[in-house]
Ligand binder design. Structure first.
Ligand code: ZN
Length: 368
């Protein structure tokens, strides 16, 4: 697979009226442009992701991501990126405007499958509005059924797009225009209503979500000679948690919370404890298929609240370590996670340090 994803994030966004360009403002828990980056990463379609930006971008750790400078106009930025990758042997290139953060991973996959028999695949929507067209001072009717409103991401055979971009320096507002100006064929596919462009502040509120909540609970016995894992990270302790897996009560309770919110049964039905193939499985490996279901169905995590119920280890000592690990595993910000420690007045198995329990509440959003 040799696909490159180019994200155009160099625009000034004059209509947005803010000090920060809109692609860098915080939008649903992260910088607006990161929504596109995360979806490109999660789709696993791309060997490389190029972000074109005129502002420095920090905190990018994934090695497949490069940041390069853009031009003054969109078509210049796009050409800069194509030039940057010209010797990198990509067969296909996807180009996307950072101002459209709400496309789905499914759309990326549909675009890619269209590329098998075409050199350009472009999503579009129709309009329900009656439409007029102004030429000089005369206004004429247009047949709305003949109108196509194109969106990004758009994807192309790299060589074809690169030569079109190299020899056509005129200003275009998308790469589909380059193809059409040069009588090249495009396969048009159905775009997505949620994939609108954010141009003004009121667009930030345009998308509506549905909220879902899930509750999770888990308990495991402590046994000697086993490592203790909590929230996917090793915690020094005299015992570890007994179980078919590594017994990570925090991750198990989070998995059940996520499944609950998605209304997809429970951890036991996905990982039956009588199946040998799940023996000694590490809990982060149990989590990743659940996160895939989450992404594929358009859900994302709003916040997670966790009660870890044990006498020791002291939660305060390991809180930031556990939260960092969870933030990594779940690809969410640390401030979306809260971890509380609860003791049980030395009562029962938990009080005698023979078991650890955990309960969670998970809140998910889903594109309505
Ligand atoms: Zn468990």
């Amino acid at each position: 697979m040799s696909n490159c994803f180019i994200l155009l994030a160099a625009g000034k966004g004059k209509r947005f009226k803010s000090k920060n360009p809109k692609q860098f403002i915080n939008y649903i828990n992260k910088p607006l442009f990161m929504h596109s980056v995360d979806k490109a990463l999660k789709s696993k379609l791309f060997k490389s992701i190029i972000i074109v930006s005129n502002l420095p971008i920090k905190n990018i750790h994934d090695k497949s991501i490069k940041v390069i400078k853009g031009g003054r106009e969109r078509h210049e930025s796009s050409h800069n990126a194509l030039n940057f990758i010209k010797n990198k042997k990509f067969k296909n290139v996807f180009i996307h405007d950072a101002a459209r953060p709400n496309f789905s991973i499914k759309l990326l996959k549909r675009l890619y499958s269209g590329l098998k028999n075409n050199k350009a695949v472009v999503p579009f929507l129709r309009t329900a509005n009656s439409t007029k067209y102004k030429v000089k001072n005369k206004i004429q009717n247009l047949v709305r059924d003949n109108l196509l409103f194109t969106q990004t991401p758009q994807c192309f055979d790299f060589k074809t797009l690169y030569s079109l971009s190299k020899y056509n320096k005129e200003k275009v507002t998308d790469e589909a225009s380059l193809f059409l100006n040069n009588d090249q064929n495009i396969k048009f596919i159905k775009g997505e209503k949620n994939n609108f462009k954010i141009t003004t502040k009121s667009d930030l509120k345009k998308i509506s979500f549905r909220n879902f909540y899930g509750i999770g609970f888990d308990i495991h016995r402590l046994i000697k000679n086993k490592k203790l894992y909590l929230g996917g990270t090793k915690i020094p302790f005299h015992s570890g948690l007994q179980g078919h897996s590594d017994g990570d009560v925090i991750l198990h309770a989070i998995i059940d919370g996520l499944l609950g919110a998605m209304r997809k049964k429970d951890i036991g039905s996905l990982y039956p404890s009588n199946k040998m193939k799940f023996k000694n499985i590490r809990s982060p490996n149990m989590l990743s298929p659940i996160l895939k279901i989450l992404d594929n169905n358009g859900y994302f995590i709003n916040n997670i609240d966790i009660n870890l119920i044990c006498e020791r280890p002291k939660v305060s000592k390991y809180r930031s370590k556990i939260i960092s690990s969870l933030s990594n595993l779940l690809s969410i910000n640390k401030d979306q996670i809260n971890l509380k420690g609860k003791t049980v007045e030395k009562l029962g198995l938990i009080g005698k340090e023979k078991a650890i329990a955990c309960e969670t509440i998970v809140s998910l959003n889903c594109y309505a």
